[in-house]
Write a protein that binds this ligand. Structure first.
Ligand SMILES: NC(=O)C1=CN([C@@H]2O[C@H](COP(=O)(O)OP(=O)(O)OC[C@H]3O[C@@H](n4cnc5c(N)ncnc54)[C@H](O)[C@@H]3O)[C@@H](O)[C@H]2O)C=CC1
Ligand SMILES: NCC(=O)COP(=O)(O)O
Length: 337
């Protein structure tokens, strides 16, 4: 007998941002987008209030995530964590506390196997840190909850045109060169290659690695990180049989013909990776954490406070995050069957 996969679970994100309304918009698109059932951990009163502004939206409280599959066709299932007034565009301490409680509960539902994947809503990192969140981002939080070291949880941004992995993430640009080591680069690429095979069906992915400096250092004349750190890491991975090339000049590896040569671009810092993907795929971009025992995705954008409550925010990235989470969960389930 085929076992029915548990529903996905979504955390709310900052209640004053666009996260909650985009989950409602995604639910209204569930049939045309063929979305797998998902439940939201959040404030039922808040979700009901927002649903009033989203055409065709309907929400219903549930006691247990196991109920989500049954009612998903008729309403968006919400695991209630308490009342909260809706203040679109105006983040506050109370809202940040709800965002954090939602993230914690949703993460543990996925870790416990009661949800088949976790989709996190956008949070404002500074707001969450004001209420005791001690991580640079949700990636590191989820990693710790899964007992995975932060350096082994690898952020990938994925869209229809491109997949990118930044080697360093939420750190100052000035600190990047010292953080880049052969071990870090080789280890993160190994984790990414394994996850691409396991969760994305990309066995033997073609991986292109960017340099750090202009023109990938121009043979050492514009910086030596390519010669001393990046090229040796690439060579070590090639010796292990991985299909890795680089370091390539960062400015010329993202045009269409260049992208046709690889499945994944590995970048040295946050903006080197996120600028091309957000330029190409902002409306379908997904942030996914590789190397975890659970599946975790998120829309590629942030809280967009100035759009909250206007009805103008695009649900495309949230829909893509929900769909990718379900596809990865299906792949893992097939591997266990
Ligand atoms: N996954 C997450 O939790 C992320 C959280 N953030 C947080 O979000 C906050 C705001 O960051 P920003 O840099 O302003 O990024 P943002 O992604 O919130 O906004 C950037 C621009 O994109 C627009 N935008 C964002 N989402 C949109 C959507 N769904 N439809 C249409 N337009 C959209 C915004 O209006 C703005 O013009 C920060 O506190 C940051 O920490 C940022 C990125 C990811
Ligand atoms: N720039 C990507 C981003 O901020 C997402 O971070 P995370 O909260 O998913 O770790």
């Amino acid at each position: 007998m085929t076992r029915v996969r548990p529903p996905l679970v979504a955390s709310l994100g900052d209640p004053a941002g666009v996260g909650p309304e985009l989950l409602l918009k995604s639910w209204t698109a569930r049939e045309e987008e063929r979305l797998a059932p998902f439940a939201v951990v959040g404030s039922l009163s808040l979700m009901k209030e927002i649903a009033g502004n989203v055409p065709l939206a309907s929400v219903r409280g549930i006691e247990s995530i196991a109920e989500a599959g049954e009612i998903f066709a008729d309403a968006l299932p919400v695991l209630d964590i308490g009342p909260l007034p809706y203040t679109p565009g105006a983040p506050c301490r109370e809202g940040a506390e709800v965002a954090l409680a939602s993230l914690v509960r949703a993460t543990h539902l996925a870790i416990g196997g009661n949800a088949s994947a976790l989709v996190t809503g956008p949070i404002a990192k500074a707001e969450l840190q004001n209420v005791g969140f001690a991580h640079p981002g949700q990636t590191e939080f989820v990693a710790e909850a899964c007992d995975v070291a932060a350096e082994d949880a690898v952020m990938m941004l994925a869209g229809p045109s491109l997949k990118v992995v930044p080697m360093t993430v939420h750190v100052s640009l000035a600190s990047v060169p010292a953080l880049l080591t052969q071990d870090l680069i080789a280890s993160r690429i190994r984790i990414a290659a394994k996850a691409l095979a396991r969760d994305f069906g990309l066995a033997n992915a073609h991986i292109a690695v960017a340099g750090l400096n202009p023109h990938a250092g121009e043979q050492g004349r514009m910086g030596r990180e390519e010669i001393e750190v990046i090229a040796p890491a690439v060579e070590a991975l090639r010796a292990e049989g991985l299909d890795v090339v680089g370091p390539l000049a960062g400015d010329t590896m993202f045009h269409a013909a260049a992208r046709a040569n690889y499945d994944l671009a590995v970048c040295m810092y946050h903006d080197q990776a996120l600028i091309p993907i957000k330029a190409l795929d902002f409306d379908r971009g997904v942030n996914v954490t590789l190397g975890l025992p659970i599946i975790r995705t998120s829309p590629d954008h942030g809280t967009a406070f100035s759009l909250a409550g206007t009805g103008r925010a695009d649900a495309g990235p949230t829909i893509a995050a929900l769909r990718m989470a379900a596809e990865c969960a299906d792949r893992r389930a097939e591997q266990l069957a």
